[in-house]
Design a protein around this ligand. Structure first.
Ligand SMILES: [Zn+2]
Length: 254
């Protein structure tokens, strides 16, 4: 197939995927069913016309306000659709149309969804973490036996590490629930996607980022007595591990 046409199809599919992520971020915390259904408006639940369902285009055509009820459409939808398009293109050029492409696309999607929901609602719902774990195990199984076992070990290792860290935190500092259950499951999911080595690096980077952020807030006294969400740091750590994790592994193993 013509390279240009293939890239266009991938980009457009990516924007639909990004649109789906936007739908997940909106509907999962509200306990609304997450099916691949763009047929109604999320604000007023009226049916949408076909030209109001197009990723990117509808947002630009509508001028940021929904046609049915005039609610302002968050820019987040547009950005997620754009990000989806570029994620598809990037991973296609890195991995081709392989099972690994699917693994990475689903992984990045769950990271973005967990990140945005945790920032806004201070939770990482089981819908995100459990479906992520399942997707990671199934795709790893399709890739190879070795990858599948690595995925299981990663799940147990990363989840177990955060559970242990939380347990020690509670014992040492006497804080109740210093590590939320959602964080533990999110870490386990990251381990399942990345395997134990890169997963371990992701958790380590997340801890570094979280500690730096927490210390910074203490020094600047902007901490209003809130605990910090750890989910966004886990997501950032996982993305970093994906990009520079192999280099860090080389450094450690030399
Ligand atoms: Zn509406």
């Amino acid at each position: 197939m013509n390279e240009f046409i293939l890239n266009t199809i991938l980009f457009v599919s990516g924007t639909v995927y990004g649109s789906f992520l936007g739908l997940c971020v909106y509907r999962i915390p509200r306990k609304l069913p997450v099916v691949f259904d763009f047929s109604y408006c999320d604000f007023c639940e009226q049916p949408l016309k076909w030209n109001h369902k197009l990723p990117l285009v509808s947002y630009l055509l509508l001028g940021r306000y929904s046609a049915c009820c005039g609610n302002m459409l968050p820019i987040q939808y547009f950005l997620l659709e754009l990000a989806g398009g570029f994620i598809f293109l990037l991973y296609f050029h890195l991995y081709g149309l392989t099972s690994f492409f699917a693994l990475m696309v689903i992984f990045t999607g769950t990271l973005i969804t967990g990140f945005l929901i945790d920032i806004k609602y201070w939770i990482i719902p089981d819908t995100v973490t459990f479906s992520g774990m399942l997707a990671a195990l199934v795709t790893s199984f399709l890739i190879s036996n070795h990858r599948f076992f690595d995925s299981i070990i990663g799940l147990v290792f990363c989840g177990g590490f955060l559970f242990a860290a939380g347990w020690f935190g509670t014992k040492m500092l006497g804080k109740s629930q210093s590590m939320g259950g959602g964080d533990i499951k999110f870490a386990a999911m990251i381990g399942a996607f990345l395997g134990w080595q890169l997963g371990g690096i992701a958790v380590f980077l997340a801890a570094m980022l979280g500690t730096t952020w927490g210390t910074g807030r203490l020094i600047l006294k902007t901490n209003e007595g809130h605990e910090i969400q750890f989910g966004p740091f886990l997501a950032a750590g996982a993305l970093l591990a994906l990009i520079i994790g192999k280099n860090i592994l080389h450094l450690i193993l030399i």
